[in-house]
Design a protein around this ligand. Structure first.
Ligand code: F6R
Length: 608
């Protein structure tokens, strides 16, 4: 949510900042702004709307400066206006800041600063930081930043420049990600490595309450009390092609089509050669603790919550360990019971979702073992856990999560197999979970290669106002995910339900204008779901079924069938969700929606 890029070095700052911020636009896109130090002046420009608007405004300007900061915003405090866009500047016009996160005591600080004579020009919480730094400034920028941050409550990823200290770029972090990039006689600051990958792969992940003072040639890191800290330099493993569209019209479509590869990568090097035994490097040190786990709570939000539900079904079926799945936002505030032997699994693509992060802090306080399942290496949730498994799905840029969902299910399957190995559960190891998982990437490819019919179906239903998604067992979370995909990118109202619940309410909605997507693969509840289909048909509803290949019978009952290959029940969701992702994508595109930047949304929800 919101994106930050900063640069100081030998090169012209503007193209570096603008290229970087364009790559972060998926994190927030209601307004943007840039500050550059040039010819002893602090230049600043802001605009409302996409970054392309800002680019137009600064065309032919800001060409010479070699340090600056830029921001793309997803509004929290104050509407998306020029005044509320970042950077925010102090009264002297010399200090410029960009901020991600929320300053919780900003009302108090603002009143105090106003009493001291500071004038505010925005409704944001962030602007207080610029004025606070100004109020503490006594010749050394980093000292003023440190003193200002000591007064601040809340979360920040912050980058600061000042005309009085033009050779410095200050970066600070608490609760909102911030990364320093190390280049040839230059330093970068960013909230997301995608922004700087073009320039450097060497990065330092700042931890909470750390401040980095960057010059062209130096980086010094201290904590908020000014104690020096030695930081490790990491190397980013992604290549640039992973964050480009590569010929696809949208990132979302590219990411849907990447799934055979992302699923293979999730498994790569994790199976013992020619066997069904799984080894997970990130859990190795915790094998003893994991062997003794008696209860699991999965915390997550949105799509990751949906995959968590599949995890619950899978772990309970195979390992017979009780599992609950909680919305992270509810878990953190409802005094959850955590006893000895409880493990909390946090699932998060970004690894930065504020509610999930807070949930693991809560779980830690109560003594749970915390295991993370994240995509982004170096993310706050991955770093805050006791152990973890990465998805290795590559960057997910489309705001609607697709490949992360299927990789999360694959990783939950690997976790199940890993637990089965360390607990000596032979029956699970021989259940087909491993052998069928290995077949999955190729099966996903088959679905993608034969998906033209989905475009025809999308054409027929693109003008619908509502859509119902039904599934049972492992396909119930798939129904939830299908509905979430459709509503978030096409703005069609869609609901997912356990199929049998339809008759307890939603059936009242069904008429000839209601498309009903039924995930009806041949599993142990297949006959039950046929009854639901009959009930929909009896009321004139239009049925789109997702069915297992070779099921010829279902075509007689429904309006359209999309076939998927056979696999075991636990792995069906990885296959059955693919047509639903494509259906949502094509319907949204046909309705003229910007699927990579749906309205009001942002990738990585770093506010509560
Ligand atoms: C839906 C979507 C969101 C995220 C949710 C959690 O397509 O992208 O619902 O799944 O915000 O995000 P992560 O997984 O990053 O914690």
């Amino acid at each position: 949510m919101c994106g930050i890029v900063g640069y100081i070095g030998e090169n012209k700052a503007r193209p570096i900042l603008m290229n970087g911020i364009k790559r972060l636009e998926y994190r927030g896109y209601d307004s943007s702004g840039i500050s550059i130090i040039e010819d002893d002046k602090l230049l600043c420009e802001k605009s409302v709307g996409f970054v392309s608007e800002l680019e137009k405004k600064i065309s032919g300007k800001f060409n010479e400066g070699t340090s600056g900061i830029v921001h793309t915003r997803w509004a929290t405090h104050g509407a998306p206006t020029i005044e509320n866009a970042h950077p925010h500047i102090d009264c002297s016009g010399k200090i410029s800041i960009v901020h991600n996160g929320i300053i919780e005591n900003y009302n108090y600080l603002k009143a105090k600063l106003e009493k001291e004579g500071h004038t505010f020009t925005s409704e944001t919480d962030s602007e207080v930081i610029a004025h606070l730094i100004e109020s503490h400034y006594d010749g050394v920028l980093e000292d003023a930043v440190r003193m200002a941050l000591n007064e601040v409550e809340g979360a920040y990823g912050l980058a600061v420049i000042s005309l009085d200290d033009p050779g410095k770029l200050i970066a600070a972090r608490r609760g909102s990600p911030l990364i320093v990039g190390i280049g040839e006689r230059s330093h970068y600051v960013t909230s997301d490595v995608a922004a700087i990958l073009e320039y450097t792969k060497e990065v330092v992940y700042l931890d909470d309450n750390e401040i980095a003072v960057l010059t062209k040639d130096n980086m010094q890191t201290t904590d908020i009390d000014n104690v020096q800290i030695e930081k490790r330099v990491d190397e980013i493993q992604w290549n640039l092609d992973k964050i480009e569209k590569g010929g696809y019209e949208h990132f979302m479509l590219k990411e849907i089509y990447e799934q055979p590869q992302s699923l293979s990568e999730a498994m790569l090097g994790r199976f013992e050669k020619d066997s069904n035994l799984v080894h997970l490097g990130g859990l190795k040190d915790k094998e003893n603790d994991l062997r003794n786990i008696r209860r699991i709570i999965i915390v997550a939000c949105g799509t990751s919550w949906n995959s968590g539900l599949i995890g619950e079904y899978m772990i309970e079926e195979h390992l017979r360990i009780p599992v609950e799945v909680e919305y992270a936002s509810e878990f953190r505030y409802r005094e959850p019971i955590i006893e000895a032997g409880t493990m909390v699994i946090a699932i998060s693509q970004s690894g930065e979702t504020a509610d999930t992060l807070a949930a693991i802090h809560e779980a830690r306080k109560k003594g749970a073992l915390i295991l993370s399942i994240c995509n982004v290496v170096g993310s706050s949730i991955a770093r805050g856990a006791d152990c973890g498994i990465f998805l290795h799905a590559g960057p997910e840029i489309g705001v609607a999560s697709t490949k992360a969902f299927t990789s999360q299910i694959a990783v939950l399957s690997l976790l199940t197999l890993f637990m089965a190995r360390i607990k000596g559960k032979e029956e699970v190891l021989n259940s087909g979970l491993a052998s069928k998982l290995i077949e999955i990437p190729e099966q996903v490819k088959t679905i993608l290669d034969n998906s033209d019919q989905i475009i025809e179906i999308a054409q027929l239903y693109k003008d619908s106002d509502n859509c119902l998604y039904l599934g049972r067992g492992y396909n119930y979370p798939v129904a939830l995910e299908g509905a979430l995909k459709l509503k978030e990118i096409s703005y069609i109202h869609a609901e997912g339900y356990p199929a049998a619940e339809m008759k307890h309410g939603p059936i009242a909605l069904i008429d000839k204008n209601m498309p009903v997507v039924v995930v009806a693969t041949t599993d142990k509840v297949y006959l039950k779901i046929l009854s639901t289909i009959e009930e929909v048909r009896a009321r004139g509803g239009r049925v789109i079924a997702i069915a297992s290949e070779q099921n010829n019978e279902i075509a007689k009952l429904v309006d359209h069938v999309l076939y998927i290959p056979e696999t075991i029940d636990a792995l069906v969701p990885i296959l059955s969700v693919i047509p639903l992702q494509l259906l949502a994508y094509h319907m949204a595109v046909m309705r003229g929606c910007d699927v990579d930047k749906p309205r009001n949304l942002a990738k990585s929800v770093t506010v509560e």
